[in-house]
Design a protein around this ligand. Structure first.
Ligand SMILES: Cc1cc2nc3c(=O)[nH]c(=O)nc-3n(C[C@H](O)[C@H](O)[C@H](O)COP(=O)(O)O)c2cc1C
Length: 220
């Protein structure tokens, strides 16, 4: 698949086959992502690839915390409100998803189930946690985003599925403690990764994008 096809056909995968991905393939995916650009080539990204019993252990911790109504405390706070433009895109997504799959993310009960599915990493065999030193500038967060996209595209090119998950960082302190990540680091994102399950209804959903006229102006 060429680069354009890879970018255009990647989508978030929320249903995985249980089969683990070989370490050899995971290493190839990660190695390619390391070629992402970064401010002054600072490469401000660190990752942990979590699998097997340890991953199950973390899921249990997250579900226990959630079950006890522990308030989420991610290192990057969940946005409270959005400007009108972005809010409209989010509302469009919620509306389309409710129509196509009956899943209404505006419903608190549905959101609760969605959180648990996130903490289960959508049953993916692996989750990759992305983090960096918290004292790094805002540019480094930008760079980590570039790395995340490269990782997901590289995974897609290898026939793997991924989903980036801010929710997977909800209990950042506990996650960092469990994974031995120092307190000085900020936990930015979890990316579940594995082979997509083509039978999963969650994977039949495709998000839309705005018309180009809504995002671009041509100035001469
Ligand atoms: C920074 C970031 C955080 C996200 N957090 C979550 C999440 O917690 N759970 C989830 O299921 N999807 C999450 N997503 C996936 C988005 O919902 C998804 O990328 C968006 O709807 C566009 O769909 P697509 O990835 O299929 O193109 C996140 C995406 C990004 C970039």
């Amino acid at each position: 698949m060429d680069a354009i096809e890879c970018i255009r056909t990647r989508k978030s995968i929320r249903g995985f086959k249980p089969d683990p991905v070989s370490t050899e393939i995971l290493k190839k995916v990660i190695e390619a992502a390391q070629w992402s650009p970064s401010y002054k080539n600072s490469q401000p990204w660190e990752i942990i690839v979590l699998s097997g019993g340890k991953k199950e252990g973390l899921t249990q911790i997250l579900i226990d915390l959630f079950g006890r109504d522990t308030p989420p405390c991610p290192d990057i706070p969940e946005p409270g409100s959005w400007p009108d433009r972005e809010n409209k895109h989010i509302a469009d997504l919620y509306r389309k998803r409710a129509k196509v799959s009956g899943i209404d993310l505006g419903d608190p009960e549905v959101l609760k189930k969605a959180k648990i599915a996130n903490f289960n990493f959508y049953r993916a065999p692996h989750v990759i946690y992305l983090f960096q030193e918290a004292s790094l500038p805002l540019w480094s967060l930008f760079d980590l985003g570039l790395f995340a996209q490269s990782l997901m595209l590289s995974a897609h090119a290898h026939g793997l599925g991924t989903v980036p998950q801010a929710f997977a960082t909800d209990y950042a302190r506990d996650i960092k403690k469990f994974l031995g990540i120092p307190e000085t680091k900020r936990l930015v994102l979890g990316i579940s990764i594995g082979y997509p399950d083509p039978e999963s209804p969650a994977n039949s959903f495709r998000t839309d994008r705005a018309e180009m006229g809504d995002i671009a102006r041509w100035v001469e």
